[in-house]
Design a binder for this molecule. Structure first.
Ligand SMILES: Nc1ncnc2c1ncn2[C@@H]1O[C@H](COP(=O)(O)OP(=O)(O)OP(=O)(O)O)[C@@H](O)[C@H]1O
Ligand SMILES: [Mg+2]
Length: 305
């Protein structure tokens, strides 16, 4: 039985962030490799191996390895600052945009390395879409919010020039807007005002619009960083129902601070703890009912974090 010891890093500026010094009430325990060795039927959509991220000298994510099954919902949970957003951003190379970030390790999408220097980032982010914590629609009409991505990728051609060349895709756009809004359970609320500015929608509607926008480019994976944290319970429950629907066709990876939400919507759960360490990863029921790690149990039962 192999065992990984995570040595506390003493004498660094970020002692509180490292394992061993721990936050209040978090016990010091060794992480066993088998706690994160999740076996499942079917294919892995994403395979992460020995992923490390540093921001300057701050080692934010440590040796994370994880296989994410396709057509399922994977929840990422853990206390603030443990690296959940950092990890999520690694999955479609969003961290590339952060100057201070240095990334080592491997992430494969359907067996192909996304960190290959020749990888096409536009194509990658089309295949792996992202929804952020606060709804961020463009200050444009509802329709344009949806069609922006497909137009950028050349899937929809519109306007005078396109018409001159006989390639006007207005019908295609109409279909795509309707399909995406229906998928995001927003169509009934906005079908009669598609040309209104998206900023006039409620927060919950704006977030569903952002999900519709992410779906419009036909992604295979959808990354969501606390997509419901700013929403009321009704809007939250709509988003949760939607995520449940989405997994039939997509692979969803979602960060949430809400443990009930993780338990309700996910098939497997990954628990990150202080110091950017993946402590346990497995079937959601097992993680919540019978975790192997004492610290995970303490976290889930609210003893710290
Ligand atoms: N752009 C950045 N530049 C420098 N350090 C960063 C940056 N983003 C995150 N960090 C650091 O990396 C660590 C992990 O941050 P991250 O945002 O991934 O945590 P998180 O688990 O998503 O937290 P939260 O639950 O509060 O959103 C933290 O110590 C944070 O300060
Ligand atoms: Mg975060």
């Amino acid at each position: 039985m192999s065992e990984t010891t995570v040595e506390p890093e003493r004498g660094t500026a970020s002692d509180e962030q490292t394992l061993g010094t721990t936050v209040d009430g978090e016990s010091d325990e060794r992480v066993r490799e088998e706690w994160t060795d999740y076996r499942f039927d079917g294919e892995a959509k994403l395979s992460v191996e020995d992923l490390n991220v540093w921001y300057g000298d701050d080692h934010a994510l440590k040796d994370v390895s994880m296989e994410i099954p396709e057509n399922s919902v994977t929840a990422l949970i853990g206390p603030s600052g443990c690296g959940k957003s950092t990890y999520l951003r690694c999955l479609n190379r969003m961290n590339d945009r952060i100057k201070a970030a240095r990334i080592e390790g491997s992430v494969e999408l359907d067996g192909t390395e996304i960190y290959d220097p020749n990888a096409n980032l536009v194509e990658l982010r089309k295949r792996i879409g992202m929804v952020f914590q606060s709804p961020n629609p463009f200050p444009k009409s509802i329709r344009e919010n949806i069609s922006y991505g497909p137009r950028k990728h050349g899937d929809i051609e519109k306007g005078l020039l396109a018409r001159l060349f006989g390639r006007d895709d207005t019908d295609k756009e109409t279909e795509l807007v309707e399909r995406s809004l229906k998928q995001a359970a927003l169509w009934d609320e906005v079908s009669d005002r598609l040309d209104d500015n998206a900023l006039g929608l409620s927060g919950g509607q704006q977030q569903r619009l952002c999900i519709a926008r992410a779906l419009a480019t036909d992604p295979e994976v959808i990354l969501m960083d606390e997509p419901a944290s700013a929403l009321d319970p009704i809007a939250t429950s709509k988003i949760e129902d939607l995520i449940h629907e989405l997994k039939k066709d997509y692979t969803v990876v979602i960060v949430t601070h809400n443990m009930q939400q993780a338990a309700r919507i996910s098939d497997q759960t990954a628990v990150f703890l202080t110091g950017g360490v993946l402590v346990e990863y497995g079937d959601t029921d097992q993680i919540f009912e019978n975790p192997e790690s004492q610290r995970v149990e303490d976290y889930i039962t609210g003893k710290f974090g």
